[in-house]
Design a protein around this ligand. Structure first.
Ligand code: MG
Ligand code: MG
Length: 255
């Protein structure tokens, strides 16, 4: 069931979104060669805790997962697309890192993700990230009353395909509110002018994930969580929580 949020509820979600943005900013600032993924997890956990919020990821177990998620962020390095579990791996210069974070504050969820390169970047990695960010921007711009869900997915897929990247058809964004994952599913593809009509008060997490190799085929890690590109090519993932309002889209997970 799709739930419509009042203006006051959207304000409460903005505060949850601020916590997520702050956690991601702290991780971005701390990510450097030699820093471990577990240290980044601790960085995010400290921000969430200091804000009086609670992680939406820790112990989360969706239907596909064999075990509860053991951390407050997903850290997906290089060919890992999403859902990487932080471990003792120490970042190296040139690594492409995607970080996903979710938190609850006062009963409301925020969910966002960033991608970055540690140290010296390869131009093609910066291009991959910039394209994912542009896709997210285009999809956010489609979040206006009267547009449709298909317009949002189409904006994501178009940006990825134009650049020759693989777009994961099986994964996408979601409604968000009192629960991190609510209806509707927000596919990273769609037909313009088709699907659910967007109404003020609808809040969506939109999350383009692109793979540099064009096929977009993926493998699931033995841990049941991490998804990697089947061809070993690098991947980028970015996400914002966005409210549809009478005045247009409002991103709730900005700093
Ligand atoms: Mg997320
Ligand atoms: Mg999400």
């Amino acid at each position: 069931m799709v739930e419509i949020k009042t203006a006051a509820e959207r304000e409460a979600m903005r505060e949850a979104g601020r916590v997520v943005a702050a956690a991601l900013a702290a991780v971005r600032a701390h990510a450097a060669a030699g820093v471990s993924l577990l240290e980044l997890n601790e960085t995010a956990a400290a921000v969430i805790s200091a804000a009086g919020a609670r992680s939406a990821f820790l112990h989360y177990r969706p239907a596909f997962a064999p075990t509860p998620f053991p951390a407050v962020i997903c850290t997906s390095v290089n060919e890992v697309i999403v859902h990487g579990i932080p471990d003792g791996y120490r970042l190296r210069s040139g690594d492409l890192l995607s970080v996903d974070c979710g938190a609850y504050l006062d009963g409301w969820a925020g969910d966002a993700a960033i991608s970055l390169v540690v140290g010296r970047a390869r131009p093609q990695d910066l291009e991959l990230i910039a394209t994912a960010e542009a896709a997210l921007g285009a999809a956010v711009a489609a979040c206006v009353p009267g547009d449709r869900l298909g317009d949002v997915g189409h904006a994501v897929a178009l940006a990825g395909r134009r650049a020759g990247y693989g777009v994961l058809a099986d994964f996408g964004g979601h409604g968000i509110g009192r629960a991190m994952h609510e209806d509707p599913h927000v596919p990273n593809h769609g037909r313009p002018g088709r699907g659910m009509v967007l109404r003020p008060g609808l809040v969506l997490a939109i999350e383009p994930m692109f793979v540099a190799g064009g096929a977009g085929a993926y493998l699931t890690a033995p841990d049941g969580w991490a998804l990697s590109s089947a061809d070993g090519s690098r991947a980028a993932h970015v996400e914002h929580t966005v409210a549809v309002t009478e005045d247009g889209p409002r991103v709730l997970t900005l700093p």
